[in-house]
Design a protein around this ligand. Structure first.
Ligand code: GDP
Ligand code: MN
Length: 377
């Protein structure tokens, strides 16, 4: 479960990780002038997408008037398809240096992975690609944990400011404690800054491992605060396994594995999936109809790829669902269908009988993905 910045920073405070003093608001009317924060204040859009700064979602207010003005501007803003519904207002920091740090799990190494870089405040994928030597990787055995000497070496290797070595070491060990004790999948701070008040975590990206929900009462409370997109809510009611993504190629498939590889193939051909949607095994016609209905409510979808490999799922029933959902309709987007496996002959015959000019049948997953990517451009 991915948290918003304000939720991650609340966890930072629980673990005594230094982070600016802040308030969280979800409406203009709840912002009053008698907060106990000192100007200048940073108004930060709470959306789960990076690059908010560049998109205009972060502004510095020097007085109450500006605070209201910028809050008004940012609330409701659309940042890469995410509508801003809340703000974190925090005391601005005077930044001297910006670093990057993250903790994740490296499954293949069976270890935790800490990444540290002096090139913070920017896109870390870019650093990894163009200046890989500036990203220090440290594998940590979960049974041994972090030790001070190893962290000191990582700080030195990353060429972080040595005047702050002890403070950095302390903050890093607290971030590690948060990562382990709160069963996180990810704790990322970009930037972890040296400010005039010392080391401070200015941004937060935290993801919780929901498999551990049974031992963390707070996970459920945190989950309740995260608004579910309307489409995900609808999909849940229809028993569909749907996750909204950023791209434009709508995906429908049967079985999580097949859907995952469909996402990969779409990406292989230069496209980006708009979603993950698994209709499950043994889907009936109405399941397919509901799946198409979910995608209809998604504005970013520009083409749809239906990839079915029938085992217990019968391709003829899937075809019936497609026909049911599209018959006589002026479709918003092209649909590319690949049907294979149980009753695929019957399924394809049904589609041919009820042909729709926007529906293309494709015999391979590769061709289908290529066409879907083309259709989305
Ligand atoms: P992101 O763009 O979504 O990753 O949002 P961040 O919270 O990381 O902020 C982006 C950038 O804004 C940071 O790297 C800083 O350079 C700048 N920034 C954020 N907070 C402050 C602040 O309190 N003071 C100053 N001077 N800059 C800030
Ligand atoms: Mn950031």
């Amino acid at each position: 479960m991915n948290l918003f910045e304000y939720q991650g920073k609340r966890l930072y405070k629980d673990f005594s990780i230094p982070t600016p003093k802040s308030i969280f608001v979800s409406s203009i009317s709840s912002i009053s002038d008698n907060h106990d924060l000192n100007y200048p204040l940073v108004v930060k859009a709470q959306v789960q997408v990076g690059g908010r700064g560049k998109a205009g979602g972060i502004k510095v207010a020097n007085n109450f008037e500006e605070l209201i003005e910028y809050s008004n501007e940012i609330l409701g803003m659309d940042i890469k398809g995410h509508i801003v519904e809340s703000l974190l207002i925090e005391e601005a920091s005077t930044i001297q240096e910006e670093y990057y740090i993250s903790f994740t799990l490296d499954r293949s190494a069976k270890k935790y992975l800490m990444m540290l870089s002096s090139k913070g405040g920017m896109d870390i994928e870019e650093v990894a690609e163009n200046n890989p030597d500036d990203l220090i990787k440290l594998y940590i055995s979960p049974s041994e944990g972090l030790n001070t000497e190893v962290v000191n070496k990582a700080i030195k290797d990353s060429k972080l400011n040595k005047d702050f070595n002890d403070e950095l070491n302390d903050v890093i060990s607290k971030l590690y404690n948060l990562f382990v004790e709160s069963d996180c999948d990810l704790v990322e701070v970009n930037p972890l800054a040296i400010t005039n008040k010392g080391v401070s975590a200015l941004d937060s990206k935290v993801s919780l491992d929901m498999n551990a929900v049974y031992r963390h009462d707070n996970f459920i409370d945190i989950e309740k605060e995260i608004p579910i997109p309307v489409s995900e809510q609808f999909a849940k009611e229809k028993n569909l396994n749907f996750i909204k993504l950023e791209g434009s190629v709508g995906i429908i498939g049967n079985g999580a594995g097949l859907v995952m590889s469909t996402l990969d193939v779409v990406s292989e051909y230069g496209g980006k999936a708009a979603n993950f949607l698994d209709i499950g095994g043994g889907a009936k016609a109405e399941t397919v109809t509901a799946a198409l209905e979910v995608l209809e409510s998604e504005n970013n979808v520009k083409s749809v790829l239906i990839n079915i490999f029938g085992g217990i799922t019968r391709c003829d029933l899937v075809a019936e669902g497609i026909v049911e959902a599209t018959k006589g309709k002026d479709l918003k987007w092209p649909i590319i269908v690949r049907l294979d496996g149980t009753n695929s002959k019957e399924g394809l015959a049904i589609l041919l009988e009820n042909s729709n000019e926007k529906i293309t049948i494709s015999s391979s997953m590769d061709d289908a993905a290529k066409l879907a990517v083309k259709g989305a451009n």
